[in-house]
Design a protein around this ligand. Structure first.
Ligand code: TXA
Ligand code: MG
Length: 345
């Protein structure tokens, strides 16, 4: 979907004036602000209801901007930027002087990426500087993958939502920490550990998720990654992941107890059971990820008492999706806005 040039200009002017703009990317929609304007960045945190020490990703028009935001840039970072930007890979690098604490959560690192979406790239080129943008959802909720989702979540908080159509990838970018000796994936995404290893010649480690919901980082100097905390991406309806072999039986049992049950599965086991609301997901990881958040939103809105989701293969190509579903299960079911101590983005 294209956006007219005068709307891009208007969005860039709004960013210069310190306002917030809904920005499509290939992963999810972002809540965009001028990354160098501390007051504008503050508006992001209040609009989302997000704790102020959670760092934001800075989006750049292209890799030539890297040096203004990061220092001591390792050659692996340049190789990965060449290979995957524009694209769904965020690099955590040592920050350059002048990058506001408001963006980095006071850490000495900054998250950077060039998004692969024509509307985001047009806005970034018109703005010609870094745009801070977390996912445009309320804190702890499902990330938006359409302009309508952004209006639902934050409509009264944004000056403008650019409609770039449904996001192609559908889940957030891979986050790779290159600020230490060992590369570590802090959040899995469409760009896999194998993809990264092919470029840098070594396999990044995978950061272990925190055991407890909202737990503090295991090591004191570990960066806070709200997308790595247990409760995240959560529907209000309780959500359970159930192994494929037991899915139909368990859904039928719940329904037999009088519950209204919504099911997300790759194969429709028994569409005739009228007590169940079925949502069929594509059987390939890219297709599944593309529709995941919209499917979860629909299932959350259908009035069910439970959402049951078919467990997915434990293979690397499903890892980013299983990660999001696991967090959705942990955070689900409070039926209202998240409590401040429940952590996420
Ligand atoms: O695909 C995406 O990455 C989307 C689109 C809009 O670009 N953005 C996104 O932003 O998912 P957000 O804020 O929802 O998630 C960004 C994650 C957070 O978990 C944050 O903690 C982490 O990136 N992050 C940002 N800067 C960091 C840093 N310096 N060190 C460690 N983690 C960082
Ligand atoms: Mg987020």
């Amino acid at each position: 979907m294209s956006v007219a040039a005068d709307e891009i200009r208007r969005a860039a002017d709004l960013l210069r004036a310190g306002e917030l703009v809904g920005m499509p990317t290939e992963t999810v929609y972002g809540l965009a602000a001028d990354a160098l304007n501390v007051e504008a960045v503050g508006k992001i945190f209040s609009a989302k209801g997000r704790p102020a020490d959670h760092p934001l990703i800075v989006h750049l028009p292209d890799a030539t901007h890297l040096a203004r935001w990061a220092r001591a840039i390792p050659k692996d970072a340049l190789a990965l930027a060449r290979a995957f930007w524009p694209g769904p890979l965020t690099l955590i690098l040592k920050r350059e002087d002048g990058v506001p604490d408001a963006v980095t959560g006071g850490q000495d690192t900054v998250g950077l990426r060039v998004p692969d979406h024509p509307v985001a790239l047009a806005l970034l080129r018109a703005f010609d500087s870094g745009i801070a943008a977390p996912s445009a959802n309320r804190f702890g909720r499902i990330s938006p993958t359409t302009a309508a989702h952004v209006r639902e979540e934050l409509g009264d908080k944004v000056a403008l939502v650019l409609d770039g159509g449904p996001c192609q990838v559908g889940i957030e970018s891979t986050i790779l920490d290159l600020s230490r000796d060992t590369p570590v994936i802090l959040r899995p995404g469409a760009i896999s550990a194998d993809d990264i290893a092919r470029v840098i010649g070594r396999r990044p480690e995978m950061r272990k998720p925190h055991a407890e919901e909202g737990a503090a980082p295991a090591e004191p100097d570990q960066p806070r990654v709200s997308g790595s905390l247990a409760a995240h991406y959560a529907p209000r309806t309780p959500l359970q992941l159930i192994p494929a072999a037991r899915l139909a039986e368990e859904a039928a049992t719940l329904a037999g107890e009088g519950s209204r049950v919504a099911v997300l599965a790759r194969t429709c086991a028994d569409p005739k059971d009228a007590r169940l609301t079925w949502c069929n997901a594509p059987s390939d990881p890219a297709g599944y990820a593309h529709g995941l958040y919209a499917n979860l939103r629909d299932l959350d809105a259908c009035g069910a008492d439970f959402i049951v989701v078919e467990g997915l293969p434990e293979t690397p190509d499903w890892q980013a999706i299983t990660d999001r579903l696991g967090r959705a299960a942990v955070g689900s079911g409070d039926g209202e806005d998240p409590l401040p101590e429940r952590d996420e983005t």
